[in-house]
Design a protein around this ligand. Structure first.
Ligand code: SF4
Ligand code: SF4
Length: 532
């Protein structure tokens, strides 16, 4: 009876302007779902009760009801009952328009139906029942709608009971339809599922065999499963896992999945306070072998606000360089670099300080300003370059350095060694004027770019003896005063300068394409490679 009434509604009821229009088809189908989930006897009993209610409602409609075609009244009443059970406002409005007796009758029916509904829901609230219903749901729309009211935990239980991609797609679909609050309750489950499904996809750091076996186990035609997964992902609070899953889904062979993943990755990056965290994944995808992924990602990257150059450099150092150094392809290069450089960064606490504590230069009382002469050529770190560029001070950068003359080397023999050092030979310096002063040395004997001065200037006159792991005070600085705070900053600047020197050398070795993207490569003299 109910099926027939609903069919009649669906055929005739739409668009007639009656209150039934307010119940979208899905709501009507809820009622159908409840009845299909019940045993036959129960259905017959309930159908009898509803038939009675419809008859009474029809008798009671009187002048208050809109004029409807024969047979329509009963359908409207059936929807009213369903609407009351589901708490839909249009149902309440409709019932309030009826005669008191009809109202009472419909409310009573709604109560009875509600009880049946809740019982059915309870029954479906465990994993095996849900798994069974999922299987049947492929044949019965009603049951899948009933399932949509199962507790999220029951959906989680059902996940392991039916591993077919179809059943799992349905479960994720049901979870995706839930309120955000409910989906958050199932976070643990969603995290496990997301990790499990991402594992079956291609991606960095995955063995070929595990990729192939993971992929074939689930079959190539599981696009919808991944689409449903992505629909649920926004409710997963672990941003790192979400990023990883989306990045892997972008490598899914189905264009619908990979496109959606790239778009969602971009949307998350745009909404995030730290879009730079998403950039590596997008940049890796921009180098994909698949044209559609490349195109989609390239577009997303153009829309993403650019990452500040200094942050990009730091990220290259913290993430890209270590990963490339660990690669087995790099072991030969690493061996060679270890012969040339001291590759471990230094830390201030592990250094001995040979100078008197708290001593700092007294530049105001200094007869010999240190910012001049060949020994005072300031080698620039990459961070200095970016800082000077950002301040519009490129004019002071000397890319092609004048070689030291024999006289200069005779006066300061360490200059010869300096020229053989890649940290000097490859990187630019600050320009010096004809009189030998730094181009930024002011008339009044002060630095004119004090705020932007390079790291080396910040650390003078403290020096690092790496072999003995000692900090000492340069003999070239004649004027000193007691200033513990300034002395501490100097010691920190020496360590920072050394670590930046190491960082820059390794960046040149391992991240040259990225340095080119940052516009830093034209400042480097890499053609000049000193002997090892
Ligand atoms: S030599 Fe020492 S005291 Fe003199 S200007 Fe340079 S840092 Fe300052
Ligand atoms: S940048 Fe400033 S502190 Fe550094 S050498 Fe030039 S004038 Fe001296």
């Amino acid at each position: 009876l109910i099926d027939e009434l609903l069919d009649r509604y669906i055929e005739q009821g739409r668009g007639c302007g009656c209150p039934g229009d307010d119940f979208v088809d899905d709501q009507a189908r809820y009622l159908l779902g409840v009845h299909r989930a019940l045993e036959l006897e129960e259905r017959l009993r309930l159908a009898g009760q509803i038939e009675q209610a419809l008859r009474k409602a029809a008798e009671a409609q009187g002048a208050e009801l809109p004029v409807v075609e024969p047979g329509r009244t009963g359908v409207l009443a059936a929807f009213a009952v369903a609407g009351l059970v589901l708490g839909l406002p249009p149902a309440e409005a409709f019932v309030q328009g009826l005669a008191p007796q009809a109202q009472a009758e419909l409310r009573h029916r709604a109560q009875a139906l509600g009880a049946v509904w809740r019982a059915a829901e309870r029954e479906a609230g465990n994993g095996p029942a849900v798994a069974q219903l999922v299987r049947e749901a492929f044949r019965s729309e009603g049951r899948s709608l009933l399932l949509s009211h199962c507790p999220p935990q029951a959906l989680a239980e059902a996940w392991d009971l039916d591993p077919s991609p179809e059943a799992r797609t349905m479960l994720l679909h049901l979870l995706g339809d839930r309120s955000e609050q409910e989906r958050r309750q199932a976070q643990g489950f969603l995290a496990r599922v997301a990790g499990e499904l991402a594992e079956a996809l291609p991606g960095p750091g995955r063995g070929l065999w595990s990729r192939m076996s993971g992929w074939t186990r689930r079959g190539p035609r599981n696009d919808r499963l991944y689409l449903e997964l992505m629909r649920c992902l926004p409710c997963l609070t672990q941003a790192e896992l979400r990023r990883d899953v989306l990045a892997r889904c972008a490598g899914h062979p189905a264009p619908a999945v990979s496109r959606r993943a790239v778009r969602q990755l971009f949307l998350e990056a745009e909404a995030s306070e730290h879009p730079e965290l998403y950039r590596p994944a997008l940049q890796a995808l921009a180098r994909s072998k698949r044209a559609e992924v490349r195109e989609e990602t390239a577009f997303a990257l153009t829309l993403l606000r650019p990452e500040p150059a200094a942050e990009r450099l730091q990220r290259l150092w913290a993430e890209v360089v270590p990963a490339r150094r660990r690669s087995w392809l790099s072991w030969l290069r690493e061996r060679r670099l270890r012969r040339i450089y001291h590759l471990e960064p230094v830390a201030l606490p592990e250094l001995e300080r040979t100078m008197e504590p708290g001593l700092a230069p007294d530049c105001a009382a200094c007869p010999d300003r240190c910012c001049r002469g060949p020994a005072s050529r300031v080698s620039l770190r990459l961070a200095d370059l970016l800082r000077l560029k950002a301040a519009g001070l490129e004019a002071g950068i000397e890319i092609h350095k004048r070689p030291f003359t024999p006289e200069e080397i005779a006066r300061a023999p360490h200059l010869e060694r300096l020229e053989q050092d890649r940290a000097y030979a490859w990187f630019p310096t600050l320009r010096q004027k004809e009189d030998g002063h730094c181009v930024y040395y002011g008339q009044d004997g002060r630095c004119t770019i004090y705020e932007h001065r390079p790291l080396l200037c910040r650390s003078f006159p403290v020096q690092l003896d790496l072999e003995r792991r000692k900090l000492s005070y340069s003999e070239r600085c004649p004027s000193r005063k007691l200033d513990p705070e300034a002395a501490e900053s100097l010691a920190e600047a020496v360590v920072e300068n050394f670590n930046h020197k190491l960082r820059d050398l390794l960046l040149v070795h391992y991240a040259r394409p990225e340095l080119a993207e940052l516009g830093l490569l034209p400042y480097l003299s890499l053609a000049h490679d000193p002997p090892e």
